[in-house]
Structures are given as C-alpha cells and as structure tokens.
Ligand binder design. Sequence first.
Ligand SMILES: Cc1cc2nc3c(=O)[nH]c(=O)nc-3n(C[C@H](O)[C@H](O)[C@H](O)COP(=O)(O)OP(=O)(O)OC[C@H]3O[C@@H](n4cnc5c(N)ncnc54)[C@H](O)[C@@H]3O)c2cc1C
Length: 439
Amino acid sequence: MQYSDSKQAQELADRAHELMEEVVLPLERERPGGMAVSSGTVADLRESAREYGVYAPQIPEAYGGMGMSFRDALPVFEEAGRSLLGAAAMRVDAPDEGNMHLLELAGDNIQKETYLEPLVQGEITSGFSMTEPLQGAGSDPKMIQTTAEKREAQGASERSGIAAEKDSAEETSATRDGDEWVIDGHKWWTSNGVEADILIVLARTDPDAHPYEGCSLFLVPSDADGVDVVRDVPHMGGGTRGTSHAEIVYENVRVPEEHLLGELNQGFTHAQERLGPARLTHCMRFSGMAQRSLEIAKAYISEREGFGSTLSDKQSLRYRIADAETRLHVARTAIRDAADRIDAGEEARIPVSMCKVFTANITQEAIDLAVQCCGANGIGKDLPLADFYEAVRTFRIVDGADEVHRRVIARDAFEGTHDEELEPLTRFGEPNTRRADGH
Ligand SMILES: Cc1cc2nc3c(=O)[nH]c(=O)nc-3n(C[C@H](O)[C@H](O)[C@H](O)COP(=O)(O)OP(=O)(O)OC[C@H]3O[C@@H](n4cnc5c(N)ncnc54)[C@H](O)[C@@H]3O)c2cc1C
C-alpha cells in the first residue's frame, strides 16, 4: 500500500527495507526460538544501520542522528517493526527512543551532552521509572508515592553523574549548600531497568499540590547509592532483544540539583511530552509487525496445499486476510494523521489514544490470524509469530491499557452531549420538538 509519505521518507524507508531484508531478517532466521541477542550483536546491527544510512533518523543531527521530522521518520519505524531486532538496529527502540526524545525536549545542554549523545550512539542505555507496585502509580498515575525532598548536600566525593563531572572539572571538593534531592520510592516495570546506565525517575516534589502540578523528573545514575535493582520481573515477550522490566527500590538516593530534568513540578507535563509521541512510535513499530505477520501468513497459505487446492484459494481465509489488510491500512492511515498533527505542534492526545487502542488490537488480531493460517508452524518458534504474539499482548497494557485510552476517547466523545441544543436529536414526534405549524 502506498501512502502520502514524502520523497525523502520513501527513500529512507527503501534503505530501511534493504537493511531488514539483507541483514536483520537473515539474523533473525539464525536465531529461532526468540533467543536473546548479545549486546555485541546489537552493536553489529547498529553498525550495519549506519552503513545503510538509517541510524537514528528521528534524532537531530546535532546529537548524532539524521534530523528527520517525526512524520518523515515514520516509515522507518514501520520497517523496523517487521522484526523484533529491527528497532534496536536502527536505534528507534523503546524505551531509549522515548527517553532520547524527552532529553532532547527537556534536557539542558550539559544533560544532553552527558546522556543524550551517548544514548544516541548506543554507548549507554536508559530506563523510565514511573509505574509503582500496589497502591502506587499505574493506570492512574496520580497515585504516585515516590517522593523527592530537597536536603542539605553531601560531599562531592559521594556525588555522581553530571555533578561529579562538574565537580572534577571545577575541582570542587567542598560540601555544597542545600541543593540535593533525596529520592525515596519503589518502582517496577522499568523497561531496560536492569541494564540501564541512567534512570529517569518521576517523583512527588510538592506533596501539597495536585500530582499533575507537584511531580518532577530526575536523572538518576543507576550506580548511585541507594538504587537497588531488585529483579527483572519475569514476563512474557521481549526475549529476542532481551529487554528487562525491572523492579527498583530507590532508598535515600541523593542527586544534585543539576539532575532535575525539565522544570520543577512539571514532571507530568514532561512525561506526557514523552509518552504521546512514544505511544505513536509504538504504533508504527507494531503496525510493521502486523504487516510482517500477514506477509508470512500469505506466503504459507499460498504454498501449502490441502483439500485439492492451495489454502490461499479457500475463501474463508482470503476474506479474513482481506479484513486484516483493511484494518492495518486504517491503522497506518490514522498513525500518519496523528504524526502530521504532532509535527504541526498539536498534542494530538485523542488521535494518539485512538491509534494506540486500535493498532494494538488489530495487530494482535493480525498475528492471531497468521498463527492460525500457519497451523502448527504458527505455534512453533521457527517462525517469529509466537514471539510477536507475546510482544503484542504487552502493547495492550504498556503506555496505558486499552481501557485507559478508551476512557480518554470517551471523555472527549461525550463532551457537549448535555447541551439542550442536542435534545432534538433524540426527540421524534414529541410536542416540544414539533414546529409551530404542527409538523
Ligand atoms: C512490557 C511492559 C513494559 C513497561 N515498561 C514500563 C516502563 O518502562 N516504565 C514504567 O514506568 N512503566 C512501564 N510499564 C508499566 C505500564 O505502563 C503499566 O503496566 C500500565 O500503565 C498499567 O498500570 P498497572 O500495571 O499498574 O495496571 P493497573 O492500574 O493495576 O490496572 C489493571 C487493569 O485494569 C484495567 N483498568 C485500569 N483502569 C481502568 C479504568 N479506568 N476503567 C476500566 N478498566 C481499567 C486495565 O485493563 C488495566 O490493565 C510497562 C508495562 C509492561 C507490560
């Protein structure tokens, strides 16, 4: 299906397609069963992506990317989603991709130099720590319990990250005055949390304010005192890339003022700036996964014979493929519309929520259909479908469960439905809607 992508975006997508066909998919085929790839393999894939000219297209050139607009980078995200290894290769992989975007938007120059540039190069990795165990932040992030309090600073020798670099640069050894934050909290499901070098932590900084006006984001080096990565929560999905989802306790973790990311008490605003586009890039990657699933299904049933013809001749399967293709086209069109809006400076909250629920569900349906079409091969792990199935199930929960996005869409849909002007819409033939002439 052709879309109204710019010439530049199409050229980029063509190169991404070549990378997928010539490098990524052959590697995927060598690793049946969703075996996790090593960090060395990921580094090799990234080197290939650089050679094909499709590395970090969404990042400004100043920080080591290709400087494409959100909309123009879109088809690359779709291509990348055709394998669980594609996004890591092209450095459009969650959660680093969203974290890089957040650093680009909210970080100051030193933060960008210290964390954004090495992240883009793949030298370090990051996690975003918002969700908490019961009864903390989850679907309702207002329930956040992690706190950050301003306290007297400790000696420079105990400081880490940006502050330690700054200290050594300035040869400062004296105790600093009241400019440290002390973070206490319990998070879980921090993707990449086990291997992350830097954790972006959301914490309450003003307990008296509404959480939306009283939380802030902090850059916490994972080796800071008091950061305890308790475990990688056992989970479905993520095997091929080996992504962890960590439970982390932050106990008396001290970070200096310089590690506040963005504005004080604006953590939710910044988080939303990260989550909106990140939800949409998830949609782009997953629609690529839906497309690949259908490619596999069509190939299998075109080759496989039964009951006197190829399975692709069976009308019942053809119609289901037709419906899946239709839904995928609708999703890809809606994603492009939302991306256009974001590029135009809109928050696009409702279109993004619509894309999130719809793409997650139609991708799950497409993968389910592909599994069915491939018979036992769909269940086996020679093909990537079983891994896709696990991955897509997580997408209906991560970054807001289906119900949470439906809630947002419904709130907007019902706005204004109590106006008196609407009464005539539901009153037929009742006296108060009859015209004076009796009609
Ligand atoms: C693979 C994966 C990766 C993740 N990565 C990260 C990460 O990097 N950083 C991070 O901070 N978090 C991460 N999360 C957490 C994720 O954002 C949360 O799981 C999600 O927001 C839901 O919160 P919860 O699990 O606490 O579910 P709960 O809040 O306990 O909700 C449980 C279920 O209740 C239903 N529900 C909730 N609200 C409503 C409602 N209003 N009406 C009807 N039904 C409702 C939904 O079906 C929901 O799934 C990740 C989760 C997964 C699965």
